[in-house]
Design a protein around this ligand. Structure first.
Ligand code: BG6
Length: 519
C-alpha cells in the first residue's frame, strides 16, 4: 500500500459494545484461489489447454486500462498453441499447487482454516470440453485433494468455473455464445457433483459471473471480433451470460438432486457505486449502475431478469435469444446462498469528465477523494464492505459468503533459505503488516455488519498463496499469506514461506475473530 490507509473512520476506533467476538460459531474462516492462477501443471495429468493457458505475459504498464491485458486475439491464441512449455504464459505455471498441494494443505491446516475456496479446472476433467468421457486422472486429483482437506477439517468451497473453460470450446464453439456449451457444462457439472458427493458441501457455479459483460474473454471465453453490421458489440457478452445463467440453474438442479446435503451459491464481483455528488442525476446514475451490477444476482437469487436490464437491452437494441423453458428453469432453480468478491467501491456521475480516474482489475472508476488507493490504484474502502453486506442482505435475505477480499501488494522476502550466519537455518521472512492492516480494517466492518443482523457464512481471503494475478498475470502482485518463491517469469524455487500475515490469520481463525480487538 503506497498511500495512507487510515481514512477509514472506524479502523482505529474500538468496536461498539456488543460486537466483540460476534462471528457466529462455525464461521468459515478460509482462503481462496482459482485453478487457473494457482495450479500450474497445465500439460500434466491429462489436462487440456484452457482459455487461461494462452494469455501471454504483457508488461502491465497502464493499470487504468487493465482489461486490455486480459483479452487475447485469434492470432495470439494460434501463437500460444504453437508454444510448448510455460515461458511467457504465467498461468501455465501458476504457483505449482499441482506439485505442492499436500504441503499446501498442511499449511492451511496449520493455519486452522475451516474452508478452502478453490476451483476445478474444467479442462482437467474434460480436456476438450466436449469429450464423451471424463479424464480419470483429473477426477482423482481433486478427489484426493478434497479427501485430504476434509480429513484436516477443511471444507472445500468449490467453484465449477473460475475464468476457465477448455480452449477447444473457445476456438471451435465461440465460448459461451454457443448454446451447445450449456450441454457440455451440464455434463461436466453432473460428473463432478456425482463424483464428489459427500466431499463437497459448498458449490459455486461461475466466478464473478458479471465479468462476462465487463471482459467477455475472461468471463465467457468470447474472443473480441467485429460484430455484424448493425449488431451491438455487447450483444455477444449478454448472449454468453444468458447461457451461463441457464447452465448455472442446471448445475444448481444437479447439486440439489444428487447431493441434497450440499448447498449452491452464485458468485458476483460486487461493485457498489456511490454517487459522485448529491445531484439527483448522479444518484439515479449510481442506482442504475448498482442495478446493472445486481441484475446478475437478481437472476440467480430471485430467479428473473430485472426491469432495469430488460429496459437497457431495449434501449440499446440488444437482443438476447432465450429458448422456451429458459425463464421457468431460472425461476425454479435459484441458489441457496450468495457469494461475492469485494475489493473496492466505485463512483458514478453523469459528468465523469469533472473528476480524475483510478484503477480496478476490470475497469477504471472516478476517483473518490475520501478514499486511499492501493499500490495498483484500487480504492481502499473497508466501510464499503459493511455497506455492501447490509445492502445485499436487505435485498435478497439469503445467507451471504465473502469468498474474495484481499490486498495485492509488492512483498519483500528477507533472509535466505540457508543462512550461514544463523547456523544454516532458514531465515526467510515477509513482514507484511500492511496486509494485516487491510484484513483488520475490513474484518472489523464485517463484524459490524454481522451485528447489524447480516447472515454471513464465512470469509475466504484472496489468495492464501501468492498466485498469478488475473488481470496483469504478475506473480509480483502478491495476495497470499504464504509467499511463493517465484517471479513474473516463473523463475524461482516455488518454496513456500509463511508471511507475518500467516501467523496473524492463524490467530484470527483460532480466536474466531477476537484478535480484531487487539490494537
Ligand atoms: C477477482 C478474481 O476479480 O479479483 C480473481 O475473481 C482475481 O481471479 C482477483 O485474482 C484479484 O484481481 P487481480 O487482477 O489483481 O488478480
Amino acid at each position: 500500500m503506497t498511500t495512507d490507509t487510515t481514512t477509514s473512520a472506524t479502523a482505529t476506533e474500538p468496536s461498539p459494545a456488543g460486537t466483540t467476538g460476534a462471528f457466529p460459531d462455525g464461521f468459515l474462516w478460509g482462503v481462496a484461489f482459482a485453478a487457473n492462477q494457482v495450479e500450474g501443471g497445465f500439460d500434466q495429468g491429462g489436462k487440456g489447454l484452457s482459455q487461461a493457458d494462452v494469455i501471454p505475459y504483457r508488461t502491465a504498464g497502464d493499470y487504468v486500462d487493465i482489461s486490455a491485458l486480459m483479452k487475447v486475439s485469434d492470432a495470439e491464441i494460434a501463437t500460444a498453441v504453437a508454444s510448448p512449455g510455460t515461458a511467457g504464459y504465467p498461468k501455465r505455471s501458476g504457483s505449482d499447487f499441482f506439485g505442492h498441494w499436500e504441503e499446501d494443505v498442511d499449511l492451511f491446516a496449520e493455519m486452522g482454516l475451516k474452508a478452502l475456496r478453490m476451483s476445478i479446472a474444467w479442462s482437467r476433467i474434460f480436456p476438450n470440453g466436449n469429450d464423451a468421457e471424463p479424464n480419470e486422472e483429473g477426477l482423482l486429483f481433486y478427489e484426493r485433494l478434497f479427501t485430504r482437506l476434509r480429513e484436516k477439517g477443511i471444507d472445500p468451497v468449490v467453484t465449477m468455473s473460475h475464468y476457465e473453460m477448455p480452449l477447444h470450446l473457445v476456438t471451435e464453439y465461440g465460448g459461451w455464445t454457443s448454446r451447445e456449451v450449456v450441454g457440455f457444462f451440464e455434463r461436466y457439472a453432473r460428473t463432478i457433483v456425482g463424483r464428489y458427493t459427500g466431499l463437497v458441501r459448498y458449490w459455486l457455479t461461475f466466478n464473478e459471473i458479471n465479468t462476462t459483460i465487463i471482459e467477455s474473454y475472461t468471463g465467457g471465453g468470447v474472443i473480441e471480433r467485429e460484430p455484424a453490421p448493425g449488431v451491438d458489440p455487447r450483444q455477444a457478452g449478454y448472449q454468453a451470460l444468458h447461457h451461463q445463467f441457464v447452465a448455472s440453474a442446471l448445475a444448481t438442479r444437479i447439486v440439489h438432486e444428487l447431493d441434497p446435503a450440499a448447498q449452491v451459491g452464485c458468485m458476483l464481483a460486487r461493485m457498489s457505486h456511490y454517487p459522485a455528488s448529491s445531484d439527483p442525476a448522479d444518484i439515479v446514475k449510481a442506482q442504475f449502475d448498482n442495478n446493472m451490477n445486481l441484475f446478475h444476482t437478481d437472476v440467480q437469487v430471485r430467479g428473473r431478469y430485472s426491469g432495469t436490464v430488460r429496459r437497457f437491452w431495449r434501449d440499446q437494441g440488444i437482443t438476447v435469444v432465450m429458448e422456451p423453458g429458459d425463464e421457468e428453469l431460472l425461476a425454479a432453480n435459484t441458489v441457496d446462498f450468495l457469494s461475492f468478491s469485494y475489493y473496492m467501491s466505485l463512483v458514478s456521475s453523469v459528468s465523469p469528465e469533472k473528476y480524475g480516474a483510478t484503477g480496478g482489475n476490470l475497469f477504471s472508476t472516478i476517483k473518490n477523494p475520501y478514499l486511499a488507493t492501493t499500490e495498483w490504484g484500487w480504492h481502499f474502502d473497508p466501510e464499503g464492505l459493511r455497506y455492501v453486506l447490509n445492502d445485499l442482505w436487505d435485498r435478497y435475505q439469503v445467507p451471504l459468503f465473502i469468498v474474495e477480499n484481499g490486498l495485492g501488494a509488492t512483498d519483500v522476502l528477507e533472509g535466505s533459505a540457508v543462512d550461514a550466519a544463523h547456523d544454516g537455518t532458514d531465515t526467510r521472512r515477509v513482514h507484511d503488516d500492511y496486509r494485516i492492516d487491510y484484513y483488520v480494517k475490513h474484518l472489523r466492518e464485517v463484524r459490524e455488519a454481522i451485528a447489524d443482523g447480516v447472515n454471513l457464512l464465512g470469509y475466504t481471503a484472496w489468495g492464501g498463496l501468492d498466485i498469478i494475478s488475473a488481470s496483469t498475470s504478475q506473480m509480483t502482485k502478491r495476495y497470499g499469506v504464504i509467499y511463493v518463491d517465484a517471479d513474473d517469469t516463473g523463475t524461482g524455487s516455488y518454496d513456500r514461506v509463511r508471511k507475518d500475515s500467516f501467523y496473524w490469520y492463524q490467530k484470527l481463525a483460532a480466536t474466531n475473530g477476537a484478535v480484531l480487538d487487539e490494537a
